[in-house]
Design a protein. Structure first.
Length: 70
């Protein structure tokens, strides 16, 4: 499982390098990272797009992998 600070580091890498990124949740769902994240109460979320093109708000604590796509 990936640490929360590593997720933040990879998000920043993606934004500055203009690279594509994918992340995987505990359930095995794969999403393409979209620039942006937000916090609601104590929970932090990342914006992602599934393979069908639908946008989702994914809690950061359910992400197990975050990979750069070159």
């Amino acid at each position: 499982m990936i640490a929360q600070h590593e997720i933040l580091d990879r998000m920043v890498e993606c934004e500055f390098a203009k690279l594509g990124c994918r992340f995987t949740t505990r359930l095995g769902d794969v999403f393409e990272f979209r620039r942006g994240s937000f916090q609601n109460g104590n929970r932090r979320y990342i914006l992602g797009v599934d393979q069908k093109g639908n946008q989702h708000c994914i809690p950061r604590d359910v992400i197990i992998e975050f990979d750069l796509v070159t």
